[in-house]
Ligand binder design. Sequence first.
Ligand code: AMP
Length: 454
Amino acid sequence: MALFSDLKLNPKILNAIEDVGYQEPTPIQLQAIPAALEGRDVLGIAQTGTGKTASFTLPMIHLLARGRARARMPRSLVLCPTRELAAQVAENFELYSKNLKLTKALLIGGVSFKEQDQLIDKGVDVLIATPGRLLDHFERGKLLLTGVQIMVVDEADRMLDMGFIPDIERIFNLTPFTRQTLFFSATMAAEIERLTNTFLSAPLRVEVARQASASENIEQSVLLFKPSRKDREGTEKRKLLREMILNEGSDCKNAIIFCNRKSDVDICAKSLKKYGFNAAAIHGDLDQKHRMDTLDGFRTGSLQFLVASDVAARGLDIPSVSHVYNFDVPTNAEDYVHRIGRTGRAGRNGKALMISTPRDEKNFNAIEKLIQIEIPKIENSSLNIKDENRKEIQKNVAMQNTKGKPTAKDNKVNNRFSKSLATNQNEPSTSSEYKDEFQLPNFITKSFMERLSL
Ligand code: AMP
């Protein structure tokens, strides 16, 4: 067994790793860390779930432990495509450098310029940023990149999707060519290949197996579904989603539910809440604080179902997601790999379920072609929810909703909703039909579920 202690990292970093509880380095860490410690450029072809973040943060902390930051000249730079990912990288630095004194600043949307300016003015060892925000600061004359000794580009493939490549090139050109570069991407599109050929110098190429093909611990399935009418597709899919969740019973500890469109993320989260599920939405239009709070809730377990768009969910480090639901078949096959990679992480088992309609056939075929696996199909009729599963769900929901007891007025509302369901009144099918009246107080969900004997 390989050991972290063989990696010649600063003992203070090794102590921090021990506190986190990692037993052994992951394959990418094992290969990338020694090369980075030697000052080599690294090209990591890997995605989240492989331990890639620690494969660059650990050597950076080691290398930065010597020396001091100068005003307005960060010593290292980490570029991330999304704010969430940047915040997560910052958390990683915090965790692994807790026994060392390193300063860092986070330049992401939604965080005030003033505070970050003050930090940068004093001098930071690590600057973690999204490309746009970094260039904003640079253009305001607040920042010099000529002191950057180590530069990291994380999730370059997503940068490409988001149109950040010109920004990245510009940033590369603002840093000294003598810098060390650690570059990560899940895939190597031609444009990314070009970028690495231009800006990396004789890098060590570390490729870790694709998650979809490598991760045998993700059980995948797809439900082929034909809506009864085109205009009822959303409603029927949401009903199906609920059944697919209930069908998993207590195995479904928590789940990320992916939708292709932000509007569907909102509708889906609202609908799940209405039916008593402990769900919340996360997508790019929600403000930063809201997104962070939602994510924290999901991480700590106070939120069970996170309904997400691809961009918002990319790179989220949530180690123990039991299920991923693809409410929509992603239009980009690579996104499927990223989505299902949220489960079955760090050796745990996970389940990935998807709903596919006849309209999705082309995209679905592209996924099977990419992952070179035939995804097992499940029959709609096999979704007869077992009684014991209903009981488990009821128990789970009861545990999630411990706040307050319903008042007589609440019970009245509750009754109304149970009745509307009992008479099989369908939920609204478009977002405009969603009114506040469907927002039930938090505690109602419990008795609501009980009445439905779910
Ligand atoms: P990443 O690929 O960087 O998103 O990391 C995926 C998950 O693996 C995170 O929850 C890390 O905390 C965790 N992790 C990173 N390195 C190790 C390791 N050596 N052993 C176990 N878990 C790890």
